[in-house]
Structures are given as structure tokens and as C-alpha cells.
Design a protein around this ligand. Structure first.
Ligand code: APR
Ligand code: PHB
Length: 398
């Protein structure tokens, strides 16, 4: 078998890349280890920057998002019992974010892919990469007890943090930067109306909490929990009780509880791989970098990688230039590090770091006191939350 690009992983990164390449007439095969249903069962953040919604439109999959997604022009911070609204629209000159679940983004991309009859192999086992340092890379995989070989021009590693692509790169060719946080997020999804029209990020003495949503009838809540906690220890009732304790009177009065439809604990990690290109292998999305979820930058950073990668590959085929390929890594990394910095900073600002002693909480409160009472502090928070422009920091032309 032969194709132009083998994409490993059918998460949002791989599917979006496949769609953008298809639109430009570039052939790709996607290899996914899991089933489509399994991929759709993963619950992830759901706040999209305009850069991401624009890209989904460009890929031709934005229709349902515009119909069902919720435009949010602000969010709330509940700090030690006191609420502050971050008015994104006013602070950023008119920008907002779109609340639309990542699962739905993935579902829309999957549907577009199957409607266009594009090849995706689900249940592809033992994906193995070869010769990506030459001009003739090869990918093998097993399915139904048969081994398949695909010759290709490029391999796109869109296979997430635990994937095979990053692991296939010689150790001496790669540098990894990592910070693991000393707590996790316990998430609960329920078919109940959200406690507030907007998201609420909570800094309380009992730890961080987040009130998020998927629609007007589906809520997503999170609690900061010790890394040693197991999800089985948390009954729905215990979750709701703890959330109530971290909210204010208004939140407690408005909170509607109900049975969970999903509950899980996720660790928090900042992680970046440098570089993101190794000959004809590219890493994109979670395969190359992870952010802690505070601020929901994960999918947005993945989407920009995919934008740059699709442009580079399309230019290679259509304009016979490898300039985009050569620039891919540094172009992505600049934006990634900005997103990493914001996610780390917002995590530090909002969580309880009990190992750091009482002075850490005092610094944190002093920082919040400054930010929430300063026009420039609020603007810093808002412009990062909605996402800095793609050309941020580049010399202006003209
Ligand atoms: N072979 C084939 N597929 C694989 C392999 C492998 N060896 N290893 C992993 N995969 C698949 C996974 O099953 C998964 O479906 O690659 C896919 C990677 O998808 P994601 O983990 O969702 O990563 P990505 O598409 O980059 O999405 C980034 O997801 O985690 C969030 O915050 C993150 O929002 C961001 C988004
Ligand atoms: C979510 O809805 O899952 C979510 C929203 C905002 C975040 C993180 C997660 O900052």
C-alpha cells in the first residue's frame, strides 16, 4: 500500500489534519489503535479559541458547532468567596470563546471523514515507524492477524502523550521538558443545567474547583483532589457535597445536582518535546506537548500545530517548497510555550499548593488581589484566555 501521508492517531489532531489535507487534495491514511466508540468516550475540555473555530470552519466541519455551541463573552473567578467577572469582550476589544465539547468536535470530524469515504483504520495494532530519516518512510501495523505495510512521504504523529511516534525517536535527538503537579482533577459530567451561564474558576481554601458546561442541560464540574485519591472513593453525593463547600452562597443556591454520567481523575502535567520534527516525522497535539487543563489550551494548541503542519505539507506538494516543513517545529513551539506558560501560571494562581507552606497562599492572594483590581492585570488574563493572535510578537509588515 502507498499514500502521501500516514497519520497515526484519530483524536482531534489526526482527524483535523486528515480533513485539511483532503480539502487540498493530499492523500492520507489514518491509523488508530482504538475503536471509534472508544475515542468518542473520552471526555476532555470544551473551550475553543477563535483560531480553532476558524480552523474548524476552514475544514468544513463548523456547522453544528455554530448551531449548538455557546458563545461566552466572559467567565467568573470566585476567589475565597468573592466573585469577579472577567469580561473577555470588553477587555480584548470584542473577542469571546466558544463552549463546545471536544467530544463533539471529534464526532463532527469523524462524520466528515466517513462522509468523504476517507480511509481510517480503527483497531490498528503494533503501529511501527521506519526510515523517517530518509525520503521513503514506512509504517507497518497489524489488524486481524495480518501485517500491513504502508509506504509514504511523511508521517504525522498525532497519537497523543502515550503514542508510538514520539517513542520512536532516538533519545539523543529529543529534549523533553516536564512538570508534574502534586494533585489531580476529579471531573463529573451530569445532565443538569449549569450552575451559572458562564464558567466559574474557584480558588477556595479547600482547593480549586471549576464549574463548566457542555450545553444548557449538561454540566461539567471539577474538584482539585490529592493524587492518591481513587475515583471509586468519590460517590456522586460526596462530589456534590465537596463542590458545595467550595462554592459561594449564590452557587450553592443555584447548583442542581443529579447522577453522574462520567466521573474520572486526571493528573496535571506541563510537558513539551523539542523539536517537533525529525526528518519526515512530525509530532502534533498531545504527542508533542501537554498542558494542565486550567484555561483549556490543549485542543487549541493542537489545532494550531495542525494548521501549520497542513500548510507545510500542502505547500510541499503544490508549490514544491519545503520551507514550511523546515519551519514547522519552531513556528509551533513559540506558540506552544506561550500556551504552556499561561496554563502553568493559571494553575499556580488557582490551586492549593499545600506543600509550599503558608507563604505560597499569601503570594497567591496578593497576586489575585493585584490582577482582579488592575485593568492591565485583567487584560493580561483575558487576552491569554481568548488566545493570543497567530502572528503575536512577529514584526508587522508594511
Ligand atoms: N497507534 C495508533 N493510534 C494510537 C497509538 C498507537 N500506538 N497511540 C495512541 N493512539 C491514538 C489514541 O488512541 C488517540 O485516539 O492516538 C489518539 C490521540 O488522541 P488524543 O490523545 O486526543 O490527542 P490529540 O488528537 O493530539 O488531541 C489533543 O486532546 O488530550 C486532549 O488536551 C488535549 O485537547 C487536546 C487534545
Ligand atoms: C471543561 O469544560 O472540561 C473545561 C473547561 C475549561 C477549562 C478546563 C476544562 O479551563
Amino acid at each position: 500500500m502507498r499514500t502521501q501521508v500516514v497519520i497515526v492517531g484519530a483524536g482531534p489532531s489526526g482527524l483535523l489534519l486528515g480533513q485539511l489535507l483532503h480539502k487540498a487534495g493530499v492523500e492520507a491514511i489514518i491509523l488508530e489503535r482504538q475503536s471509534a466508540d472508544y475515542v468518542l468516550s473520552r471526555i476532555r475540555a470544551g473551550v475553543l479559541e477563535q483560531v480553532t473555530t476558524d480552523l474548524l470552519d476552514e475544514a468544513g466541519v463548523g456547522e453544528r458547532m455554530h448551531r449548538e455551541g455557546l458563545t461566552h463573552s466572559g467567565f467568573e473567578i470566585l476567589n475565597q468567596g468573592k466573585r469577579h467577572r472577567i469580561d473577555l469582550k470588553t477587555l480584548t476589544g470584542g473577542q469571546s470563546v466558544m463552549v463546545y465539547g471536544q467530544t463533539e468536535v471529534t464526532r463532527d470530524l469523524m462524520q466528515a471523514r466517513s462522509a468523504a469515504n476517507l480511509p481510517t483504520v480503527y483497531g490498528a495494532q503494533n503501529v511501527t515507524l521506519a526510515d523517517f530519516d530518509s525520503s521513503k518512510p514506512r509504517v507497518t501495523y497489524e489488524k486481524d492477524d495480518q501485517t500491513h505495510v504502508i509506504d509514504c512521504d511523511f508521517i504525522a504523529g498525532c497519537d497523543g502523550f502515550h503514542g508510538v511516534c514520539r517513542a520512536s525517536v532516538p533519545r539523543q535527538a529529543i529534549t523533553e521538558y516536564e512538570k508534574v503537579y502534586p494533585f489531580g482533577w476529579l471531573g463529573l459530567l451530569s445532565d443538569t443545567p449549569p450552575v451559572c451561564e458562564e464558567l466559574i474558576y474557584v480558588n477556595s481554601s479547600r482547593g480549586f474547583a471549576l464549574c463548566s458546561q457542555r450545553s444548557r442541560n449538561r454540566s461539567r464540574y471539577y474538584l482539585q483532589v490529592p493524587l492518591t485519591d481513587r475515583v471509586e472513593q468519590w460517590s456522586d453525593e460526596a462530589f456534590w457535597n465537596e463542590l458545595r463547600l467550595r462554592l459561594d452562597d449564590e452557587g450553592r443556591a443555584k447548583l442542581v445536582t443529579g447522577p453522574s454520567i462520567e466521573k474520572s481523575i486526571a493528573p496535571l502535567r506541563s510537558f513539551v518535546t523539542e523539536p517537533l520534527r525529525f526528518g519526515r516525522l512530525f509530532l502534533a497535539g498531545d504527542a508533542g506537548h501537554i498542558v494542565p487543563p486550567t484555561g483549556a489550551k490543549g485542543l487549541n494548541l493542537a489545532a494550531t500545530d495542525v494548521k501549520y503542519l497542513s500548510q507545510a505539507l500542502i505547500e510541499f506538494y503544490n508549490d514544491k517548497t519545503d520551507a514550511g516543513i523546515n519551519d514547522y517545529s519552531q513556528r509551533c513551539l513559540r506558540r506552544i510555550w506561550r500556551g504552556e506558560r499561561f496554563s502553568w501560571w493559571f494553575t499556580q494562581l488557582m490551586h492549593t499548593f499545600s506543600d509550599d507552606g503558608p507563604i505560597a497562599a499569601k503570594f497567591q492572594q496578593a497576586e489575585l488581589d493585584y490582577l482582579l483590581n488592575s485593568e492591565s492585570g485583567l487584560r493580561t488574563m483575558a487576552e491569554n484566555y481568548v488566545g493570543l493572535p497567530l502572528n503575536f510578537g512577529e514584526p508587522t509588515k508594511g
